[in-house]
Design a protein around this ligand. Structure first.
Ligand SMILES: *Cc1c(COP(=O)(O)O)cnc(C)c1O
Length: 487
């Protein structure tokens, strides 16, 4: 019975606009604001701390606001990104996004597709994106994949598939059952691999971190020795995780050697190619990446060097059968049918941990469809040329020191004043980077190379021009000199 004290909700009410013409104009206004913002992405500061007065506008204590009020608040937010849409954003590894991706995002938001499964267009588009990826890495027809939020998630899927394949999929019910599985990666590998070991119940100690050579590649001899010692010690080696593009230095492990060892030792060969794998598109890098095709799984990101707007990454697994067996587990309410909406072959929920998931694949598809492999590849090549150019500028400057050879798109260097004897170079270089960020001029990050603090410049940015690197070097030297004098 209806409670007479609570009025019925009228069935004319919904969350749709009351006036669609008004809504049309509202959206047009927001698009104008967005396009203005993107058109000016070269201008102004790289990063600006989020001011308290704008943050307070987001306080949800006052809700039920007018659309005008909401849109004004949204507009005020736009300049306060991390800075990765600016040509002088050089921190960590961030892609810079594209305006054209906004169009795909509108289309995806309009459909509001849930791509966990069932029989609809979004699932088919994702499959075509995965097919494109398989072609790029010369993976076999039976390979499978999934568009995910990023390499961290993709790595979890890969490590779980490798674990389950090793334990004959019994691990899905029984856990490790006393098996002492161990895997291998280098000390330069990304932290997401250890996190994946943690999350799939192997524990981070089960990931052996093998030291790197002077070239910052995994030391193959030490790796072989560790595998041998582990077998002697009653452990069960099951996986090698190679790095194709390390975060510190952009180096690529000897993938052929890793693949050979994996074959001999019967290990799963995973590759973290978060940014590096899509170097396959670049004439400059492709010849160094041929051995990606030998991997059992590759995790990589579209939101880095393909500049797809955040977030979008991918897992590819050579054996689609293994992939499916590691994740498929459809309860009755998700059973498929031969026809109708519940049809449609393998559902994405059978290939990864998520049931409800958005239509990330559409913006990936749009980026590839519109810009094409060649142009996307040229943008990657240019970033590598720019990093090499920066390396030359550094080597030509008497007060700058290159800390690692430039391998791909990352250049690590530091400021070393002529009268350096009593200066703490690590804190000086940290201060230089903070001043660059705070001044809004540029945004590199820092890392440590052999105990030395490096100014780390990563260029995965299709807006960066050579002149931006001239500005960067000039400012590093100016700030460095200032700080040394005031010291
Ligand atoms: C960025 C990155 C990751 C993590 O990827 P996310 O997309 O941020 O989850 C892993 N490995 C490497 C080498 C990376 O550069």
């Amino acid at each position: 019975m209806a409670n007479p004290d609570i009025p019925n909700v009228p069935d004319t009410e919904s969350l749709d606009p009351e006036d669609w013409e008004d809504f049309r104009m509202r959206l047009h206004r927001m698009i104008d604001i967005a396009v203005d913002q993107m058109e000016r992405s070269h201008e102004g500061r790289v990063w600006t701390p989020f001011p308290d007065e704008i943050k307070s506008l987001f306080d949800l204590s006052q809700t039920g606001q007018s659309s005008e009020q909401v849109d004004t608040t949204l507009q005020k937010l736009l300049p306060y990104g991390v800075g990765n849409t600016h040509p002088r954003f050089f921190g960590w590894v961030h892609g810079s996004g594209t305006p054209s991706n906004l169009v795909a995002e509108i289309a995806a938001a309009t459909m509001n597709a849930n791509t966990g499964g069932r029989n609809h267009a979004a699932i088919e588009v994702e499959r075509l994106v995965i097919e494109w990826c398989k072609g790029l890495f010369s993976f076999p027809d039976e390979a499978s994949g999934l568009v995910m939020s990023g390499t961290s998630m993709a790595t979890i899927v890969a490590i779980k598939a490798a674990r389950d394949a090793r334990l004959d999929f019994k691990s899905r019910q029984e856990g490790l059952g006393g098996h002492k599985l161990v895997g291998y990666t280098s000390t330069e590998a990304h932290a997401c691999i250890a996190r994946a070991f943690d999350m799939v119940g192997l524990g981070t100690d089960a990931l052996r971190r093998i030291p790197v050579t002077a070239d910052h590649q995994i030391d193959i001899e030490l790796l072989k020795k560790q595998i041998h010692n582990d077998r002697e010690g009653g452990f069960e080696p099951f996986l090698i995780a190679g790095t194709c593009g390390s975060v510190n230095a952009g180096t690529i492990d000897d993938l052929m050697a890793l693949s050979d060892i994996s074959e001999t030792e019967q290990l799963w060969f995973h590759i973290d190619g978060a940014f590096g794998a899509l170097g396959m598109l670049s004439d400059r890098l492709r010849h160094r990446l041929a051995d990606l095709e030998r991997a059992d799984s590759i995790a990589f990101d579209f939101h880095k060097w393909l500049h797809v707007n955040y977030d979008a990454g991918c897992i590819l697994i050579r054996s689609g059968d293994t992939h499916l067996k590691s994740f498929s587990d459809r309860p009755d309410y998700l059973k498929s049918a031969e026809h109708g909406l519940a049809a449609g072959g393998t559902w994405p929920v059978e290939l990864g941990p998520e049931l409800s998931r958005g239509f990330r694949a559409l913006k990936v598809w749009a980026q590839i469809a519109e810009h094409g492999e060649e142009k996307l590849g040229r943008m990657i090549s240019r970033n590598c040329e720019q990093a090499a150019y920066l390396g030359e500028l550094v080597e030509a400057a008497s007060d700058l020191e290159l800390l690692l050879p430039v391998s791909m798109q990352i250049c690590c260097f530091r400021y070393v004043p002529a009268s350096a004897s009593d200066v703490d170079l690590n804190s000086l270089n940290e201060d230089i980077v903070i001043q660059l960020q705070m001044s809004g001029i540029a945004a590199p990050s820092t890392t440590r190379i052999d105990g030395k603090t490096a100014i780390r410049v990563n260029i995965t940015n299709h807006r960066t021009a050579q002149s931006d690197l001239d500005v960067l070097v000039g400012e590093v030297r100016r700030i460095g000199a200032d700080l040394t004098q005031s010291h």
